[in-house]
Design a protein around this ligand. Structure first.
Ligand SMILES: *[C@@H]1O[C@H](CO)[C@@H](O)[C@H](O)[C@H]1NC(C)=O
Ligand SMILES: *[C@@H]1O[C@H](CO)[C@@H](O)[C@H](O)[C@H]1NC(C)=O
Ligand SMILES: *[C@@H]1O[C@H](CO)[C@@H](O)[C@H](O)[C@H]1NC(C)=O
Ligand SMILES: *[C@@H]1O[C@H](CO)[C@@H](O)[C@H](O)[C@H]1NC(C)=O
Ligand SMILES: *[C@@H]1O[C@H](CO)[C@@H](O)[C@H](O)[C@H]1NC(C)=O
Ligand SMILES: *[C@@H]1O[C@H](CO)[C@@H](O)[C@H](O)[C@H]1NC(C)=O
Ligand SMILES: *[C@@H]1O[C@H](CO)[C@@H](O)[C@H](O)[C@H]1NC(C)=O
Length: 389
């Protein structure tokens, strides 16, 4: 584990946005995209349009390397042991457990909506949200992919969150449907002229689950594009990450067309990382290894420094506080996280704070490795039961 001995408390609310026009937030979250296996290298649009216009966080972590608990952590700003949503399906996780914990009334889009800010959601929501329970009740706030078709790349099913309709999209790649819906929402948002929060969550590059599991099928234009990549990079360079890259470029271009780009925070991340043969594990996640927990995070927007890479450390527990801070909304008393250092001022203050703390700590050093061996053993035991979820 590369976690260092310090856990830095970054500067909280108060140093956030100061722009007079209220900024928007567009949060894009991939499914199972790693940081350490270098998938960003095949996403030039993400790197240039977001990273070179903002911050790339090299040390951003999910606190649970598993879809549903990680998403609920991100949606609530609370650690998984506090949300009590700790697995993919009932009784410990999934949409029914989310409802059972009364979280449908108490999570990010609801708080934002209650503040009078428009909210939109397009893409995969969480596990066990399906064609049978999608409207019992509707998730509050937002258009969703529904199980059991969430991971069926050319047969995705969608609900819009507000009507009784479920619409199948046969033969259209799921990332493309996501892109079309997100672009339409951006048009809607621009037409209202009001402040908005939009979350776009393609299911890519998750494996396809449709009558069994298989590698995610590529849109036609990317088929065979990475045939020359070799292990350990092979599945990681699957053609799904580029499909998200195309979508990101389209979203940014749309923001620009509506003259909204300068006033919108665009955040790019993933729900968890991935390993492929690392530690002799078959492809998957769920472990405490860096491959599984260290995930991409790139942010651009008002008052954000351009083209810097930072190693200040954040986790998904900090995402909800960060989004509220960007929108100019107050923190929640039950948050386990706090706003990340995203503006130039916050970033400078954080770096200074880290330096000051390091100076104050003197000669305390990192673990000598003994504990790491133990945690690796525990992770290995967990991981031999790895599944493709
Ligand atoms: C957490 O979930 C478990 C399993 O469903 C349940 O038994 C327990 O009462 C829950 N705890 C809290 C504090 O909600
Ligand atoms: C959650 O589940 C428990 C145990 O099944 C049940 O007693 C409780 O009423 C449920 N709570 C909600 C809010 O659905
Ligand atoms: C809040 O959500 C409701 C639906 O739950 C919707 O009718 C309303 O327009 C939303 N308000 C804002 C400001 O987004
Ligand atoms: C979706 O399809 C349109 C039209 O064919 C294309 O221009 C776009 O690049 C596609 N987007 C993705 C993400 O595949
Ligand atoms: C399984 O395959 C059948 C036949 O192609 C299809 O109708 C069905 O929707 C698929 N099921 C899922 C969950 O994708
Ligand atoms: C961002 O920084 C990199 C490396 O420092 C440099 O090569 C690149 O040209 C910069 N991009 C912009 C848009 O300034
Ligand atoms: C973080 O980056 C700074 C500046 O580049 C460097 O001095 C420091 O050693 C790095 N810290 C860690 C924990 O990698």
């Amino acid at each position: 584990m590369l976690f260092s001995f310090f856990t830095v408390a970054f500067l909280a609310a108060g140093l956030g946005q100061t722009a007079s026009i209220k900024p928007n937030v567009l949060l894009i979250m991939a499914d199972d995209q790693d940081m350490l296996l270098d998938s960003l290298s095949v996403q030039p649009n993400v790197r240039k349009m977001i990273g070179e216009n903002g911050i790339l966080y090299e040390k951003h972590y999910c606190t649970v390397a598993w879809c549903c608990p990680s998403r609920v952590n991100l949606f609530t700003g609370r650690a998984a042991h506090n949300t009590n949503v700790t697995a993919l399906s009932p009784p410990y996780g999934g949409w029914p457990k989310f409802l059972n914990q009364s979280l449908n009334d108490n999570y990010l889009p609801v708080w934002i909506n209650e503040s009078g800010i428009q909210t939109y959601y397009v893409g995969k929501f969480m596990n066990s949200y399906n064609t049978a329970n999608f409207d019992k009740p509707h998730p509050k706030g937002w258009a969703f992919l529904v199980d059991p078709y969430t991971y069926n790349y050319f047969h995705s099913h969608w609900t819009d969150g507000y009507t009784e309709n479920i619409t199948p999209y046969d033969g259209i790649h799921t990332t493309n449907v996501t892109q079309q819906k997100a672009l339409a929402y951006l048009d809607d948002a621009a037409a209202t002229g009001e402040q908005f929060f939009m979350m776009v969550t393609p299911v890519a590059p998750h494996v396809q689950l449709a009558n069994g599991s298989s590698p995610p099928p590529a849109p036609a234009e990317f088929r065979g594009a990475f045939a020359d990549r070799i292990a350990p990079r092979v599945p990681n360079f699957n053609p799904e990450v580029p499909s998200i890259d195309v979508m990101v470029a389209a979203l940014i271009q749309k923001l620009q067309e509506h003259n909204l780009l300068d006033n919108t925070y665009v955040i790019y991340t993933s729900d968890n990382g991935f390993h492929i043969g690392n530690h002799r594990l078959t492809p998957g996640k769920r472990c405490g290894y860096e491959t599984d927990i260290n995930i991409p995070l790139l942010i651009r927007g008002p008052n954000i420094p351009k083209n810097i890479t930072t190693n200040i450390t954040n986790s998904h527990t900090d995402m909800a506080p960060t989004v509220l801070n960007m929108l100019g909304l107050p923190m929640r008393p039950d948050f386990d996280g706090q706003p990340m250092a995203y503006t130039s001022v916050m970033h400078r203050e954080s770096v200074k704070e880290i330096r000051d703390r390091l100076d104050a700590m003197g000669d305390i050093t990192e673990y000598d490795g003994a504990e790491e061996d133990l945690s690796q053993l525990a992770a290995l035991i967990e991981c031999v039961i790895e599944a493709y979820y």
